[in-house]
Design a protein around this ligand. Structure first.
Ligand code: NAD
Length: 373
Protein backbone atom coordinates (compact mmCIF):
# COMPACT_ATOMS: atom_id res chain seq x y z
CA UNK A 1 0.00 0.00 0.00
CA UNK A 2 1.08 3.55 -0.69
CA UNK A 3 0.58 6.30 1.92
CA UNK A 4 1.04 9.95 0.95
CA UNK A 5 2.02 12.86 3.18
CA UNK A 6 0.84 16.25 1.96
CA UNK A 7 2.34 19.66 2.67
CA UNK A 8 -0.03 21.87 4.63
CA UNK A 9 -1.26 25.07 3.05
CA UNK A 10 -2.53 28.40 4.40
CA UNK A 11 -0.03 29.38 7.06
CA UNK A 12 0.16 26.05 8.91
CA UNK A 13 3.70 25.19 10.02
CA UNK A 14 3.02 21.65 11.19
CA UNK A 15 3.28 18.57 9.03
CA UNK A 16 1.09 15.54 9.58
CA UNK A 17 4.08 13.26 10.16
CA UNK A 18 7.80 13.74 10.82
CA UNK A 19 10.44 11.47 9.23
CA UNK A 20 10.75 9.34 12.40
CA UNK A 21 7.20 8.04 11.87
CA UNK A 22 7.84 7.47 8.15
CA UNK A 23 10.51 5.00 9.17
CA UNK A 24 8.01 3.24 11.44
CA UNK A 25 5.54 3.01 8.52
CA UNK A 26 8.18 1.62 6.18
CA UNK A 27 8.88 -1.04 8.82
CA UNK A 28 5.20 -2.06 8.43
CA UNK A 29 5.95 -2.71 4.73
CA UNK A 30 4.16 0.39 3.48
CA UNK A 31 5.46 2.66 0.71
CA UNK A 32 5.50 6.32 1.78
CA UNK A 33 5.51 9.21 -0.67
CA UNK A 34 6.01 12.72 0.64
CA UNK A 35 5.16 16.01 -1.05
CA UNK A 36 8.24 18.13 -1.70
CA UNK A 37 9.00 20.44 1.25
CA UNK A 38 6.16 18.95 3.31
CA UNK A 39 8.13 19.18 6.56
CA UNK A 40 10.14 22.31 5.85
CA UNK A 41 8.25 24.63 8.24
CA UNK A 42 8.54 22.02 10.99
CA UNK A 43 12.31 21.83 10.39
CA UNK A 44 12.15 18.40 8.75
CA UNK A 45 13.85 18.72 5.35
CA UNK A 46 13.20 16.35 2.44
CA UNK A 47 16.51 14.54 2.89
CA UNK A 48 15.40 13.33 6.36
CA UNK A 49 12.25 11.85 4.83
CA UNK A 50 14.38 10.11 2.21
CA UNK A 51 16.76 8.78 4.86
CA UNK A 52 13.72 7.39 6.67
CA UNK A 53 12.69 5.47 3.55
CA UNK A 54 10.17 7.91 2.04
CA UNK A 55 10.15 9.10 -1.57
CA UNK A 56 9.80 12.81 -2.40
CA UNK A 57 7.22 13.60 -5.09
CA UNK A 58 5.27 16.53 -6.49
CA UNK A 59 1.91 17.40 -4.91
CA UNK A 60 0.09 16.23 -8.03
CA UNK A 61 1.68 12.77 -7.84
CA UNK A 62 1.07 12.39 -4.10
CA UNK A 63 -2.59 13.31 -4.65
CA UNK A 64 -2.90 10.91 -7.56
CA UNK A 65 -0.97 7.87 -6.35
CA UNK A 66 -1.65 7.56 -2.60
CA UNK A 67 -4.10 4.97 -1.38
CA UNK A 68 -4.23 6.77 1.96
CA UNK A 69 -3.70 10.54 1.98
CA UNK A 70 -2.52 12.10 5.23
CA UNK A 71 -2.88 15.79 6.06
CA UNK A 72 -3.87 18.01 8.99
CA UNK A 73 -6.20 20.47 7.23
CA UNK A 74 -8.51 18.70 4.78
CA UNK A 75 -8.37 19.11 1.01
CA UNK A 76 -10.91 21.42 -0.54
CA UNK A 77 -12.26 22.61 -3.89
CA UNK A 78 -10.68 21.43 -7.14
CA UNK A 79 -8.16 19.16 -5.39
CA UNK A 80 -10.88 17.37 -3.49
CA UNK A 81 -12.83 16.81 -6.69
CA UNK A 82 -9.87 14.93 -8.19
CA UNK A 83 -9.71 12.34 -5.39
CA UNK A 84 -10.83 8.88 -6.48
CA UNK A 85 -13.30 6.69 -4.59
CA UNK A 86 -10.71 4.08 -3.71
CA UNK A 87 -8.50 6.65 -1.96
CA UNK A 88 -8.87 7.24 1.79
CA UNK A 89 -8.54 10.67 3.42
CA UNK A 90 -7.23 11.12 6.96
CA UNK A 91 -7.33 14.70 8.28
CA UNK A 92 -8.86 16.89 10.97
CA UNK A 93 -12.21 17.86 9.46
CA UNK A 94 -13.59 19.64 12.54
CA UNK A 95 -16.91 18.32 11.20
CA UNK A 96 -19.34 20.07 13.54
CA UNK A 97 -18.19 23.41 12.18
CA UNK A 98 -17.52 22.33 8.58
CA UNK A 99 -20.68 20.64 7.49
CA UNK A 100 -20.53 21.80 3.86
CA UNK A 101 -17.15 20.17 3.39
CA UNK A 102 -18.33 16.99 5.13
CA UNK A 103 -21.28 16.76 2.72
CA UNK A 104 -18.95 17.28 -0.24
CA UNK A 105 -16.66 14.47 0.92
CA UNK A 106 -19.65 12.20 1.55
CA UNK A 107 -21.24 13.00 -1.82
CA UNK A 108 -17.95 12.21 -3.56
CA UNK A 109 -18.25 8.68 -2.13
CA UNK A 110 -14.94 8.90 -0.26
CA UNK A 111 -13.94 7.06 2.87
CA UNK A 112 -12.64 9.65 5.30
CA UNK A 113 -11.44 9.54 8.88
CA UNK A 114 -11.39 12.64 11.07
CA UNK A 115 -8.71 12.44 13.74
CA UNK A 116 -10.65 14.77 16.04
CA UNK A 117 -13.38 12.12 16.31
CA UNK A 118 -11.16 9.46 17.93
CA UNK A 119 -13.26 8.04 20.79
CA UNK A 120 -11.80 9.29 24.07
CA UNK A 121 -11.40 5.87 25.60
CA UNK A 122 -8.34 4.39 27.25
CA UNK A 123 -7.45 2.58 23.99
CA UNK A 124 -7.89 5.78 22.01
CA UNK A 125 -5.50 7.81 24.14
CA UNK A 126 -2.42 7.18 21.98
CA UNK A 127 -4.30 8.45 18.90
CA UNK A 128 -5.94 11.45 20.53
CA UNK A 129 -4.81 14.49 18.55
CA UNK A 130 -7.11 16.79 20.52
CA UNK A 131 -5.18 15.93 23.67
CA UNK A 132 -1.70 16.15 22.18
CA UNK A 133 -2.37 19.47 20.48
CA UNK A 134 -4.22 20.88 23.52
CA UNK A 135 -1.17 20.10 25.64
CA UNK A 136 0.82 22.39 23.37
CA UNK A 137 -1.87 25.07 23.38
CA UNK A 138 -2.03 25.13 27.20
CA UNK A 139 1.75 25.41 27.49
CA UNK A 140 2.11 28.12 24.83
CA UNK A 141 -0.83 30.10 26.25
CA UNK A 142 1.03 30.59 29.52
CA UNK A 143 4.33 31.44 27.80
CA UNK A 144 2.57 34.02 25.61
CA UNK A 145 0.77 35.48 28.61
CA UNK A 146 4.13 35.83 30.38
CA UNK A 147 5.54 37.61 27.33
CA UNK A 148 2.62 40.01 27.06
CA UNK A 149 2.48 40.79 30.77
CA UNK A 150 4.35 43.74 32.20
CA UNK A 151 5.00 41.76 35.38
CA UNK A 152 6.98 38.77 36.62
CA UNK A 153 5.15 35.47 37.08
CA UNK A 154 7.19 34.28 40.10
CA UNK A 155 7.66 36.06 43.41
CA UNK A 156 10.97 37.92 43.66
CA UNK A 157 12.79 39.17 46.72
CA UNK A 158 15.55 41.46 45.61
CA UNK A 159 17.46 44.50 46.73
CA UNK A 160 15.09 46.48 44.55
CA UNK A 161 12.13 45.30 46.60
CA UNK A 162 9.74 42.38 46.76
CA UNK A 163 7.68 41.46 43.73
CA UNK A 164 4.43 39.58 44.34
CA UNK A 165 3.73 36.48 42.21
CA UNK A 166 1.28 36.95 39.32
CA UNK A 167 -2.30 35.81 39.88
CA UNK A 168 -3.57 33.63 37.08
CA UNK A 169 -7.15 32.56 36.54
CA UNK A 170 -7.74 29.52 34.32
CA UNK A 171 -11.20 28.87 32.93
CA UNK A 172 -11.67 25.19 32.03
CA UNK A 173 -9.49 22.35 33.29
CA UNK A 174 -9.51 19.95 30.35
CA UNK A 175 -6.25 18.91 28.71
CA UNK A 176 -5.21 22.48 27.75
CA UNK A 177 -6.26 23.94 31.11
CA UNK A 178 -4.38 21.32 33.12
CA UNK A 179 -1.23 21.91 31.07
CA UNK A 180 -1.65 25.65 31.58
CA UNK A 181 -1.87 25.11 35.36
CA UNK A 182 1.28 22.96 35.35
CA UNK A 183 3.23 25.48 33.26
CA UNK A 184 2.05 28.48 35.27
CA UNK A 185 2.95 26.80 38.54
CA UNK A 186 6.43 25.93 37.24
CA UNK A 187 6.88 29.62 36.46
CA UNK A 188 5.75 30.54 39.97
CA UNK A 189 2.30 32.07 39.38
CA UNK A 190 -0.56 31.66 41.86
CA UNK A 191 -3.30 29.80 40.01
CA UNK A 192 -7.08 29.68 40.45
CA UNK A 193 -9.26 27.44 38.31
CA UNK A 194 -12.93 27.17 37.33
CA UNK A 195 -14.54 24.16 35.68
CA UNK A 196 -18.08 22.83 35.60
CA UNK A 197 -16.82 19.27 36.00
CA UNK A 198 -16.09 18.87 39.71
CA UNK A 199 -14.41 15.54 38.86
CA UNK A 200 -11.37 17.56 37.87
CA UNK A 201 -10.97 19.18 41.30
CA UNK A 202 -8.39 16.70 42.61
CA UNK A 203 -6.26 16.97 39.45
CA UNK A 204 -6.26 20.76 39.74
CA UNK A 205 -5.19 20.52 43.37
CA UNK A 206 -2.45 17.99 42.63
CA UNK A 207 -0.95 20.42 40.10
CA UNK A 208 -0.89 23.19 42.69
CA UNK A 209 -3.97 25.12 41.50
CA UNK A 210 -6.89 26.28 43.66
CA UNK A 211 -10.23 24.96 42.40
CA UNK A 212 -13.08 27.47 42.77
CA UNK A 213 -16.29 25.55 43.12
CA UNK A 214 -19.64 26.99 42.07
CA UNK A 215 -22.51 24.88 43.41
CA UNK A 216 -25.16 23.40 41.14
CA UNK A 217 -23.20 22.44 38.00
CA UNK A 218 -24.77 19.86 35.69
CA UNK A 219 -22.48 16.89 35.17
CA UNK A 220 -23.78 14.40 32.62
CA UNK A 221 -22.19 10.96 32.74
CA UNK A 222 -23.60 10.23 29.26
CA UNK A 223 -21.47 13.04 27.80
CA UNK A 224 -18.37 10.83 27.99
CA UNK A 225 -16.40 13.13 30.28
CA UNK A 226 -17.23 16.28 28.30
CA UNK A 227 -18.94 19.32 29.81
CA UNK A 228 -22.60 19.95 28.97
CA UNK A 229 -24.71 23.09 28.64
CA UNK A 230 -25.49 24.56 32.10
CA UNK A 231 -28.74 25.92 33.58
CA UNK A 232 -29.40 29.68 33.44
CA UNK A 233 -29.31 29.87 37.25
CA UNK A 234 -25.90 28.20 37.37
CA UNK A 235 -24.56 30.41 34.57
CA UNK A 236 -25.52 33.55 36.54
CA UNK A 237 -23.84 32.30 39.72
CA UNK A 238 -20.74 31.25 37.79
CA UNK A 239 -20.56 34.57 35.94
CA UNK A 240 -20.56 36.48 39.22
CA UNK A 241 -17.88 34.23 40.73
CA UNK A 242 -15.67 34.52 37.64
CA UNK A 243 -16.20 38.30 37.61
CA UNK A 244 -15.05 38.60 41.23
CA UNK A 245 -11.92 36.49 40.66
CA UNK A 246 -11.03 38.07 37.29
CA UNK A 247 -10.89 41.55 38.83
CA UNK A 248 -8.06 40.37 41.09
CA UNK A 249 -6.16 38.50 38.34
CA UNK A 250 -3.17 39.59 36.27
CA UNK A 251 -3.71 36.91 33.64
CA UNK A 252 -6.78 34.94 32.54
CA UNK A 253 -6.38 31.85 30.35
CA UNK A 254 -9.62 30.73 28.69
CA UNK A 255 -9.89 27.07 27.65
CA UNK A 256 -13.56 26.18 28.32
CA UNK A 257 -15.26 24.32 25.48
CA UNK A 258 -18.35 22.20 24.96
CA UNK A 259 -17.74 19.42 22.44
CA UNK A 260 -19.26 20.21 19.04
CA UNK A 261 -20.80 23.52 20.22
CA UNK A 262 -19.99 27.19 20.49
CA UNK A 263 -17.76 27.95 23.49
CA UNK A 264 -19.50 29.34 26.60
CA UNK A 265 -19.11 33.09 27.23
CA UNK A 266 -17.59 33.34 30.70
CA UNK A 267 -15.89 36.76 30.66
CA UNK A 268 -18.33 39.56 29.88
CA UNK A 269 -17.35 42.98 28.62
CA UNK A 270 -18.20 44.51 32.02
CA UNK A 271 -15.77 42.10 33.69
CA UNK A 272 -12.95 43.05 31.30
CA UNK A 273 -13.71 46.73 31.96
CA UNK A 274 -13.16 46.13 35.69
CA UNK A 275 -9.88 44.23 35.27
CA UNK A 276 -6.48 45.69 36.21
CA UNK A 277 -4.73 47.87 33.61
CA UNK A 278 -2.02 45.67 32.07
CA UNK A 279 -3.98 42.45 32.60
CA UNK A 280 -3.72 39.83 29.86
CA UNK A 281 -6.40 37.45 28.56
CA UNK A 282 -5.42 34.51 26.34
CA UNK A 283 -8.47 32.90 24.75
CA UNK A 284 -7.85 29.40 23.39
CA UNK A 285 -11.55 28.91 22.66
CA UNK A 286 -11.36 31.69 20.04
CA UNK A 287 -12.17 29.53 17.01
CA UNK A 288 -15.56 28.58 18.49
CA UNK A 289 -16.39 32.12 19.58
CA UNK A 290 -14.15 32.46 22.64
CA UNK A 291 -14.87 32.49 26.38
CA UNK A 292 -14.39 36.25 26.47
CA UNK A 293 -17.14 38.31 24.88
CA UNK A 294 -14.57 40.60 23.22
CA UNK A 295 -12.26 37.95 21.73
CA UNK A 296 -11.47 37.99 18.03
CA UNK A 297 -9.80 34.84 16.68
CA UNK A 298 -6.27 35.50 15.44
CA UNK A 299 -6.13 39.03 16.86
CA UNK A 300 -4.44 40.78 19.76
CA UNK A 301 -6.74 43.53 21.02
CA UNK A 302 -6.02 46.30 23.47
CA UNK A 303 -9.31 46.99 25.23
CA UNK A 304 -9.02 49.75 27.83
CA UNK A 305 -5.49 48.62 28.72
CA UNK A 306 -6.42 44.92 28.95
CA UNK A 307 -4.84 42.86 26.21
CA UNK A 308 -6.91 40.03 24.75
CA UNK A 309 -5.24 37.47 22.49
CA UNK A 310 -7.64 35.16 20.64
CA UNK A 311 -5.60 32.22 19.41
CA UNK A 312 -6.57 28.76 18.23
CA UNK A 313 -3.39 27.80 16.39
CA UNK A 314 -0.68 27.70 19.03
CA UNK A 315 0.45 24.21 17.88
CA UNK A 316 1.49 25.77 14.55
CA UNK A 317 3.84 28.07 16.52
CA UNK A 318 5.62 25.04 18.00
CA UNK A 319 5.66 22.93 14.85
CA UNK A 320 8.37 20.40 15.64
CA UNK A 321 6.93 18.86 18.78
CA UNK A 322 3.37 19.49 17.61
CA UNK A 323 4.10 17.49 14.42
CA UNK A 324 5.99 14.87 16.43
CA UNK A 325 2.98 14.25 18.68
CA UNK A 326 0.46 14.55 15.86
CA UNK A 327 2.42 12.08 13.71
CA UNK A 328 2.66 9.57 16.52
CA UNK A 329 -1.13 9.80 17.04
CA UNK A 330 -1.74 9.25 13.31
CA UNK A 331 0.76 6.39 13.17
CA UNK A 332 -0.99 4.65 16.06
CA UNK A 333 -4.29 4.99 14.20
CA UNK A 334 -2.76 3.71 10.94
CA UNK A 335 -1.45 0.72 12.88
CA UNK A 336 -5.10 -0.29 13.37
CA UNK A 337 -5.89 -0.24 9.65
CA UNK A 338 -2.67 -1.62 8.18
CA UNK A 339 -2.73 -5.38 7.97
CA UNK A 340 -0.02 -7.94 7.37
CA UNK A 341 2.36 -7.29 4.49
CA UNK A 342 1.40 -3.61 4.55
CA UNK A 343 -2.09 -4.06 3.08
CA UNK A 344 -5.29 -2.25 4.07
CA UNK A 345 -7.34 -3.83 6.83
CA UNK A 346 -10.44 -1.77 7.63
CA UNK A 347 -12.30 -3.42 10.48
CA UNK A 348 -15.46 -1.49 11.27
CA UNK A 349 -16.13 -3.81 14.22
CA UNK A 350 -13.32 -1.94 15.96
CA UNK A 351 -14.87 0.97 17.90
CA UNK A 352 -11.86 3.19 17.18
CA UNK A 353 -12.04 2.64 13.42
CA UNK A 354 -15.83 3.02 13.36
CA UNK A 355 -15.84 5.96 15.78
CA UNK A 356 -13.30 7.93 13.74
CA UNK A 357 -14.88 7.27 10.36
CA UNK A 358 -16.57 10.41 9.06
CA UNK A 359 -17.87 9.38 5.62
CA UNK A 360 -18.28 6.11 3.75
CA UNK A 361 -20.32 4.67 0.89
CA UNK A 362 -21.67 8.01 -0.25
CA UNK A 363 -22.95 9.13 3.15
CA UNK A 364 -21.97 10.47 6.56
CA UNK A 365 -21.03 7.50 8.73
CA UNK A 366 -20.42 9.14 12.12
CA UNK A 367 -23.65 9.09 14.13
CA UNK A 368 -23.32 12.45 15.90
CA UNK A 369 -22.21 14.26 12.75
CA UNK A 370 -25.06 12.64 10.80
CA UNK A 371 -27.55 13.82 13.44
CA UNK A 372 -26.34 17.39 13.08
CA UNK A 373 -26.31 17.24 9.27
P1 NAD B 1 -12.66 20.53 26.21
O1 NAD B 1 -11.60 21.13 25.36
O2 NAD B 1 -13.89 20.00 25.59
O3 NAD B 1 -13.09 21.61 27.33
C1 NAD B 1 -12.13 22.18 28.18
C2 NAD B 1 -12.67 22.24 29.60
O4 NAD B 1 -13.65 23.28 29.67
C3 NAD B 1 -13.35 20.99 30.11
O5 NAD B 1 -12.70 20.53 31.26
C4 NAD B 1 -14.77 21.43 30.37
O6 NAD B 1 -15.35 20.77 31.49
C5 NAD B 1 -14.58 22.90 30.65
N1 NAD B 1 -15.82 23.71 30.52
C6 NAD B 1 -16.80 23.62 29.59
N2 NAD B 1 -17.77 24.52 29.83
C7 NAD B 1 -17.38 25.23 30.92
C8 NAD B 1 -17.94 26.30 31.67
N3 NAD B 1 -19.12 26.82 31.34
N4 NAD B 1 -17.27 26.76 32.72
C9 NAD B 1 -16.07 26.23 33.09
N5 NAD B 1 -15.48 25.22 32.44
C10 NAD B 1 -16.14 24.71 31.39
O7 NAD B 1 -12.01 19.42 27.14
P2 NAD B 1 -10.93 18.33 26.79
O8 NAD B 1 -9.60 18.80 27.16
O9 NAD B 1 -11.16 17.89 25.39
O10 NAD B 1 -11.35 17.17 27.80
C11 NAD B 1 -12.71 16.78 27.89
C12 NAD B 1 -12.86 15.46 28.63
O11 NAD B 1 -12.28 14.39 27.91
C13 NAD B 1 -12.19 15.43 29.99
O12 NAD B 1 -13.02 14.70 30.86
C14 NAD B 1 -10.94 14.67 29.77
O13 NAD B 1 -10.46 14.05 30.95
C15 NAD B 1 -11.45 13.66 28.78
N6 NAD B 1 -10.34 13.10 27.98
C16 NAD B 1 -10.27 11.75 27.84
C17 NAD B 1 -9.26 11.20 27.07
C18 NAD B 1 -9.14 9.73 26.89
O14 NAD B 1 -9.49 8.99 27.76
N7 NAD B 1 -8.69 9.29 25.71
C19 NAD B 1 -8.35 12.04 26.46
C20 NAD B 1 -8.46 13.41 26.63
C21 NAD B 1 -9.48 13.94 27.39
Amino acid sequence: MKIGILKETSGENRVVMLPEMVKALVDLKVDVIVEKNAGLNAYAPDRQYEEAGGKIESRARVLDESEILLMIHPLKGAELKKIKKEQILIAVFNPFFNMDLVRQVADAGLISFSMDLIPRTTRGQTMDILSSQSTIAGYKAVLNAANLSGEFLPMFMSAAGTIKPAKMLILGAGVAGLQAIATARKLGAVVEVFDVRTAVKEEVKSLGGKFIEVEGATDDAAAGGYAVEQSEEFKKKQQQAIHDHALKSDIVICTAQIFGRKAPILLKKETVEGMKPGAVIIDLAASTGGNCELTKDGELLDYKQVRILGKSDFPSDMPTDASRMFGKNVFNFLNLIIGEEGGLNLNFEDELVAGTCLTKEGGIYHEKVKELA
